[in-house]
Design a protein. Structure first.
Ligand SMILES: Cc1cc2nc3c(=O)[nH]c(=O)nc-3n(C[C@H](O)[C@H](O)[C@H](O)COP(=O)(O)OP(=O)(O)OC[C@H]3O[C@@H](n4cnc5c(N)ncnc54)[C@H](O)[C@@H]3O)c2cc1C
Length: 619
């Protein structure tokens, strides 16, 4: 008897799925069909031919696709090199591509590799999986898009392909689709129409690789909304990507323009770019959890759906704050007006939300400037009167101070605290998965606040990117617009107008407007033909999270069964042969965009193993 499985999407997750199918398959004929319009391994995001100035925001030694002994899975562990180890062997053994070889030679465990280098690693992993697969497994590649999924009378799954080949008739289908494009919102449609009518440029939210940036005129103002990771990619594509270069003049990094750059007028809700990642000159510190560890997660999960604001955030805040004051006491003991042991003991004994905690911190650290202030991190320009402070210079000063801290991360209380905050997200993930929070709290606190907040303070760009941003500001090619940036249209002037309501400045008039942010997945608005068809046929549904005594939260993610990841249809039936993993199910399983980290029992690997095993018996 033979089995056939179709994996739709051949990015990192699809690659791990193929590896897990091969690892778990027993002696019988298995056909694995891999469908993706992009080359398997890197898929769309990690194409190996993308420009070399686009960087990963994770570090080399924290990236793998292989299982190790930490991974709690039923299938066999098949170890392999992480990205850093692969770079080391590439440096030793050489690579026909000198660009890859050079990067491999320079790689350190804590380097942020180029995306194309990671793409090469992923392609290598995929190739190795193919080469080492047992002879009874045949892998078929289909370099096209899957556009529909139906079934025959025997329950066999039929995958229709965009290029007209196929269809593929298989026993089980696993969707590993990643980020898919979304249908535009009414405002985005209106901006696109306005741009078309007036000969202007409008770039909707997209993967920067797909944005038609060549249409942005050189020298002209460009409004950019968004100051997160997507912004930094666009910044790089519009400067280095247009022939400019950065060099150090001994004092500062300077930008040498090519003359083909637009002038970026950039803003966002916070008005300030994501904080730079700490540059520790070694792997970022792994601080053991004290207040929000695995035991706290187990306790909260056992107690039923939690409220993030009252049950979870206080633990995260205390965890993060403890790291902050540990480093402050080490680096600047004179800032503390209390004996450190006394402060630590009292801190340890108090709950975060106890008013005595704020009093303790205030009396131990009399100078407010040295204290950790979460609200200032959340709204960095919150209390400043921007009528009196020039906004560009104010933001620039904040960015410069952040860069100084990032460059000296080992000694920075804030950078250490934000590294610790970032690390809590793995535990948050385990807690919130599959309805661990009430629907109301998931909507308000996780989707509405913590997700974006944690990304902005703990998942930012490498410090070097922020240094480049400052060099561009020095060169007059980046201007900060301010918080709560709005963009409107001026038909009379035939231009977009960008401004911040918090400043008294006149709006910036521009012939080009770029949305530099990637929206979260949204089943209701997906432009992916396969997902759209499944949704419209009632073959899948959005995940709803109940709130005891309150309204359920209908999320934008796709509903799948707990642990088996089987797709649930509009009538609530769990499909035995259809599975989905990764970004489209983000509301069920938070933080799906995070790749697998070695020695961390990575969810991506655990889940892929479970799904591969279930798919092998789904007939
Ligand atoms: C621009 C960008 C930069 C990122 N940088 C980082 C980073 O530095 N570090 C990090 O950890 N994460 C990063 N991420 C997050 C990224 O999503 C994950 O790292 C990882 O790529 C997720 O893997 P995946 O296989 O689930 O999804 P993806 O990598 O998105 O792969 C999904 C694949 O499915 C294919 N597909 C979709 N629909 C269909 C269809 N209908 N038929 C056939 N194929 C289909 C796509 O072509 C794609 O190749 C980044 C994401 C983006 C968009």
């Amino acid at each position: 008897m033979s089995t056939s499985i179709c994996v739709v999407g051949a990015g990192p997750r699809g690659t791990v799925l193929v590896e897990r199918i091969a690892a778990n398959a027993w002696r019988r004929r298995i056909d694995v069909h891999v469908v993706d319009p992009y080359p398997p391994g890197g898929g769309h995001v990690w194409q190996a031919d993308q420009p070399g100035h686009l960087l990963m925001n994770t570090v080399a030694a924290d990236t793998t696709l292989f299982t190790d002994d930490s991974v709690h899975c039923a299938g066999p562990v098949v170890p392999g090199p992480n990205l850093y180890e692969w770079a080391c062997s590439t440096a030793r053994e050489g690579d026909p591509d000198p660009v890859i070889r050079d990067e491999a030679v320079r790689m350190l465990p804590w380097s942020h590799p180029t995306r194309r280098f990671h793409g090469r690693y992923l392609a290598w992993v995929y190739g190795r999986v193919k080469e080492t697969a047992p002879e009874w497994i045949t892998i078929h590649e289909h370099r096209t898009r899957a556009v529909a999924l139906t079934e025959d009378a025997d329950g066999r799954q039929i995958v229709a392909l965009e290029d007209g080949t196929g269809p593929l008739t298989v026993d089980a289908v696993i969707l590993a689709l990643g980020h898919t494009d979304l249908e535009p919102l009414p405002e985005q449609r209106a901006h696109a129409r306005f741009a078309a009518d007036h000969g202007l440029f409008y770039g909707p939210p997209a993967n920067p690789l797909d944005a038609p940036l060549d249409a942005i005129p050189p020298g002209a103002p460009l409004l950019v909304r968004g100051l997160g990771m997507n912004f930094f990619d666009h910044m790089s594509l519009l400067t280095t990507g247009r022939g400019g270069r950065f060099d150090h003049d001994g004092e500062r990094l300077r930008y040498r323009p090519s003359g083909r750059e637009p002038v970026l007028y950039a803003g966002s809700r916070r008005g300030v770019p994501y904080l730079a990642r700490g540059d520790y000159g070694r792997m970022p510190p792994a601080v053991p959890a004290r207040y929000f560890g695995d035991d706290a997660v187990a306790r909260l999960r056992g107690a039923g759906p939690a409220d993030f604001r009252t049950d979870v955030w206080p633990l995260i805040a205390k965890e993060t704050t403890a790291v902050y004051y540990d480093v402050l006491l080490r680096e600047n003991p004179s800032a503390c007006a209390m004996r450190p042991e006394r402060f630590r003991a009292k801190f340890d004994a108090l709950a975060w939300e106890d008013p005595a905690m704020a009093d303790l911190i205030a009396s131990a650290f009399p100078d407010p400037a040295v204290r950790l202030d979460f609200s200032a991190l959340h709204r960095p320009l919150g209390s400043l009167s921007l009528d009196h402070h020039p906004v560009h210079e104010t933001v620039e000063a904040l960015v410069r101070a952040d860069l100084a801290r990032a460059r000296d991360a080992r000694h920075s209380p804030l950078k250490n605290a934000m590294t610790a905050l970032g690390a809590t997200r793995g535990r948050v993930r385990r807690l919130v998965t599959h309805g661990g929070l009430t629907g109301e709290s998931h909507r308000r606190d996780l989707d509405g606040w913590f997700q974006g907040f944690a990304a902005s303070v703990a998942s930012g760009p490498p410090a070097g990117r922020v240094e480049e941003l400052l060099a561009l500001a020095d060169a007059g090619l980046v201007r900060f617009v301010g918080p709560d940036m709005t963009v409107t249209t001026d038909p009379a002037a035939g231009a977009f107008l960008g401004s911040s309501p918090r400043t008294g400045s006149a709006p910036v008039k521009a012939p080009a407007f770029l949305e530099a942010h990637l929206p979260p997945p949204d089943l209701g608005r997906t432009a992916d033909p396969l997902l759209r068809r499944l949704r419209d046929d009632g073959a899948c549904r959005p995940y709803r999270i109940p709130t005891p005594g309150g309204p359920a939260y209908e999320t934008r993610g796709m509903d799948v069964a707990a642990e088996t990841f089987r797709i649930i249809d509009a009538r609530g039936r769990v499909h035995p042969r259809r599975f989905a993993l990764g970004i489209p199910i983000e509301s069920v399983d938070w933080l799906t965009a995070m790749g697998a980290k070695p020695a961390s029992n990575a969810a991506m690997l655990v889940q892929a193993d479970a799904v591969a095993r279930a798919a092998l018996t789904a007939h």
